[in-house]
Design a protein around this ligand. Sequence first.
Ligand code: SF4
Ligand code: SF4
Length: 648
Amino acid sequence: MADELIRSIDKATLEMLEKAEKEQVSTVFSRADQIKPCPIGVEESCCKICAMGPCRMPRSKKGEEKARMGVCGATVETVVARNFARKIAAGSASHSDHAREVTETFLKAAQGQAQGFTIKDEIKLFEVALDFGIEIEDRSVTDIAIELGQKALEEFGKQHGELTYIRKAPLKRQEIWKKQGVIPRGIDREVVEIMHRTHMGVDQDYVHILEQATRCALADGWGGSMISTDLQDIMFGTPVPVVGTINLGVLKEDEVNIVVHGHEPLLPELLVTASRDPEIKKLAEKAGAKGINLAGMCCSANEVLMRHGIPCAGNFLQQELALVTGAVELMTVDVQCQMQGLQDVAACFHTKLVSTSDRAKIQGATHMEFHPDTGLDTAKKILRLAIENFPNRRGPVQIPDHKEDIVAGFSHETINYLLGGLFRASYRPLNDNIVNGRIRGVAGVVGCNNVRTVHDSAHIAMIKELIKNDVLVLTTGCAAMACGKAGLLTPEAARAFAGEGLAEVCEAVGIPPVLHMGACVDNSRILVAASAMVKEGGLGDDLSDLPVAGAAPEWMSEKALAIGQYFVASGIFTVFGSPWPTLGSDKVTRHLFEEYEEIYKGTWAFEADPVKAAQRMIAHIDTKRKALGLEKARERVLFDMAMRRNLT
Ligand code: SF4
Ligand code: SF4
């Protein structure tokens, strides 16, 4: 392959790409060569929301400045803002619809109607119930859980008032949102209102359109995403650090390989339970396999890895490549991030692709729908189908010999515990180490892979630059998996890659310099962690005072924009890598990149070069440190005896 070196920095990926090319299997990489991005679409200056269009409004050629507008008179600012807001609506809807499915299942579990599900984390149940204002004294776990399920479900359809979790943000942040009028009322309402406002002939002021985009994104971060994280933790257990392995090398030649891919951890949880059933194990042996090997892909991988140590086969751009090994008997997909190309790749091998959500079917795939009341039966059926398929492998199997050890599962609760201990769990040690300068600041680096960048490279270049400069990194989603493959998720990585101060803290606590916090919905954990830092004291009284920054250097999904917008609206400086979806309008871009500082005390930024982007994050962290009066602490001075005497 002529240009394979610029495809990925991951050897397993390159090996499978070579196999795919040899065997003429089409993948996202080969299809990207055939379709170039549309230059007008990439800057979002194209409107197709009514049948008088599509109206294309590219930038004028030099010296030929003309007002750009559509047939209806819509300015390019309106069009770019509408496109941006609609993406945020789609992203928020995706996270929040996932959350709705989790909430409905949670309620059924509480009512004893969800096969295989129980309440595993009672302490978290009580905490979350209190957040929702639910009485817990003298009540049974079942009663509390039922009321919590009902109240959480109401958050989606609420028409007035404020989302409950908004109160988890620092008070000063809540005041900013109140002043701007962007506190979300109900999750669904905010998504619908974006769709209405951006319909032909409705909201025509880009600032006003983007205000609603903020309200909707906050409904995602401090609503849907947070609900799903919390209820999943209560049902499946709050993650604690586990040791796992990652990359395509986790597939096994002599076992039945089942890959769970998608986002909702409901069925994957049951597949874990069912795969441990002795009867299923016996069936696998009867079919000539040594056992069942369950592996994850994309965010489902993060979920089962964090809670059960299930190996992770790879991130977004590796989904088709897992099938190219020829070793996967069955892949389950539910919702989000599953490529339609999967079925064509599966058809080249013996793999069965099984869709499991009532919201997503793929032509050619087998549909076996998950329903909470029969979930465990469905999980067993799926495993049986995989076992039956084991003898049907065609041709030689080729599994790349690449996998890395990782430690994953740093929930907010775990960080609290690891730093402060069981009896004085707190963020104090983290804040103290930020104050004394050992840790310069904290960065949330999250998001997808994008085939238009070199797979995993931007994540790794950015994160290495950050940790080298003593910035502790919190990561989720496919970014977290990239880190795992590059060896950044082990405690040993601190000495190898982190700056002296950060390495010292990591070694003292026994944590990696990059903390894997879960799937994309778990970015809500980063909000909770940042709020805990504010509440601990010493670092200002708002999220925008903290020396923290966010980034998604290889983003591709609309969900990433929703996440970015709620980070920014929460006061966090957030840098995205290529492409940036408002370049069609300087005014809209200026609004997000500069005017947001006045409004939210946090802005968006765009920087295609990941190292430069990291340096901008570090510069921002240093500005915040200076504002807090902490810059002196970074100039560490070694005191000699004469200096010590002068102190007394
Ligand atoms: S809404 Fe206006 S700009 Fe958009 S497609 Fe219709 S006419 Fe064109
Ligand atoms: S990080 Fe992005 S690509 Fe990866 S699973 Fe999440 S949304 Fe999909």
